[in-house]
Ligand binder design. Structure first.
Ligand SMILES: [Zn+2]
Length: 70
């Protein structure tokens, strides 16, 4: 496993928007829509998006703060 390797992923929500993520990273965030995806790696070149990663309580708090800010 080489450090610093990046692999191209395709966001399910943005459909054709491609972005790169560090290989073997389990949670990646789409820079376009901000969705965090849970990734399963068959090997360091073959990622599979398995679903949306759950938000942490801290992130939920931050989101609520943003929504209540005028
Ligand atoms: Zn996206």
């Amino acid at each position: 496993m080489k450090a610093g390797k990046e692999v191209e992923l395709r966001c399910r929500l943005c459909y054709d928007h491609r972005f790169v993520a560090p290989a073997l990273q389990k949670i990646v965030r789409c820079p376009k829509c901000g969705t965090k995806w849970r990734i399963r790696w068959f090997d360091e070149d073959t990622p599979l998006i398995t679903g949306v990663a759950p938000s942490t309580p801290k992130e939920i708090m931050e989101r609520m703060k943003q929504e209540t800010t005028p």
